[in-house]
Write a protein that binds this ligand. Structure first.
Ligand code: NAD
Ligand code: TYD
Length: 350
């Protein structure tokens, strides 16, 4: 039986990847390794927590001894690595935490895998899930391809770029079977409400201000999280060793246009008068070093592995809004305590 450690499986994207693998591959044994930071929540996986091929292990990838012991005990065949500090604003406030988890944590996993696999990489694989933010920012034209030079600007993207380089170094230096994918902004269920789309849905629902950084002219390329999980599944199983794939939905939106669209959807869903939710839009001080535009060219993934997004943005956004409105308990759980305090501090400092 193939044993796979999926790190960060209690987070947003990780929980969708864990669910997909547990359900699609009963012949695999899936270990979800997660520290359960503010962003990790086992409630995201309630529907599969008792599956016979699933196990949760609480642990910190920064703790090398713990990671080495886990590899010695479990003898995994593969790692799908998603654990990370993932929020750009938090990286501006606390860059060191990002270096620890995203860089040191990744190298710890690579090293534990190298020791465990002892240079025998046949039927072994280390898959690193990364971001398009490593490529930096675009002007009005062009798209990121797999050949675009790395040019990260935020502490978050710098830490992810560094971890990508380490993964490639393990391929080049030790011959480890590695694969990397760089994906655009995700949205969907179980998304922590500090990121733009879930934060906006949450605030509109509660009739609170919706903060838009600067003039709202920055552009992001949005992909439904379940399409990302499907791409990861495909790349994990089909990609050649040492390769990289960009993942994206060819779906660019200016932040302000996206928020206005969400306001229109929410007016309808909440039975509000047209234009009511848009009154909540509040322009706030811009993010430091704010990248202007991201856009992914996912041609390689389409041509080589046949992946295309399964749903339109309109369908995905509607599904996402419906999910948040139906899961108020999940939202109130994750917006209590520590996170609530952080958010209040951040917002007051703007
Ligand atoms: P998330 O913040 O929702 O989840 C991260 C998970 O990692 C949490 O469950 C957290 O508890 C866990 N974690 C954090 N530090 C840890 C540590 N030291 N040890 C063990 N576990 C730890 O993040 P996400 O949005 O699901 O992103 C997952 C991955 O995908 C990240 O590597 C991120 O860089 C990448 N990515 C995200 C996006 C996006 O739009 N969210 C896009 C492209 C790539
Ligand atoms: P975010 O969801 O934090 O993702 P990322 O920074 O990784 O792209 O932000 C998406 C875009 O929305 C980005 O341009 C910053 C902007 N933004 C706001 O305007 N207001 C907000 O409250 C947040 C969280 C983000």
């Amino acid at each position: 039986m193939k044993k796979i450690i999926i790190t960060g499986g209690a987070g947003f994207i990780g929980s969708h990847v864990v669910r997909r693998f547990v359900k699609s591959y009963p012949e695999y044994s899936i270990i979800n390794l997660d520290k359960l930071t503010y962003a990790g929540n086992l409630a995201n996986l309630k529907d599969i927590e008792n599956a016979p091929n699933y196990k949760f292990v609480k642990g910190d990838i920064v703790d090398l001894k713990f990671i080495q012991q886990l590899f010695a005990d479990e003898q995994p065949d593969a790692v799908i690595h998603l654990a990370a500090e993932s929020h750009v604003d938090r990286s501006i406030t606390n860059p060191v935490e990002f270096v620890m988890t995203n860089v040191v944590g990744t190298v710890n996993l690579l090293n534990a895998a190298r020791e465990s696999w002892k240079g025998e990489y046949d039927k072994k694989r280390f898959y690193h899930v990364s971001t398009d933010e490593v490529y930096g920012t675009l002007g009005d034209d062009g798209m990121f391809t797999e050949e675009t030079a790395y040019d990260p600007h935020s502490p978050y993207s710098a830490s992810k770029a560094s971890s990508d380089h380490f993964v490639r170094a393990y391929y080049d230096t030790y011959g480890m079977d590695t694969v990397i994918s760089n994906c655009s902004n995700n949205y969907g269920s179980f998304h922590f409400p500090e990121k733009l789309i879930p934060l906006a849905i949450h605030n509109i629902q509660q009739s609170k201000p919706v903060p838009v950084y600067g003039k709202g002219e920055n552009i992001r390329d949005w992909l439904w999280v379940e399409d990302h999980a499907r791409a990861i599944d495909l790349i994990f199983h089909k990609a050649a060793t040492g390769t990289t794939y960009n993942i994206g939905g060819h779906n660019e939106w200016k932040n302000i246009d996206l928020i206005k669209t969400l306001c229109t959807i929410m007016d309808k869903k909440l039975g509000r008068e047209a234009g009511e939710s848009a009154k909540l839009i509040t322009f706030v001080t811009d993010r430091a070093g704010h990248d202007l535009r991201y856009a992914i060219d996912a041609t390689k993934l389409k041509n080589e592995l046949g992946w295309v997004p399964s749903i339109t943005f309109e369908e995905g956004l509607e599904k996402t809004v419906d999910w948040y409105l139906a899961n108020e308990e999940w939202l109130s759980d994750v917006t209590s305590g520590h996170y609530q305090q952080y958010y209040t501090d951040q917002y007051n400092n703007r």
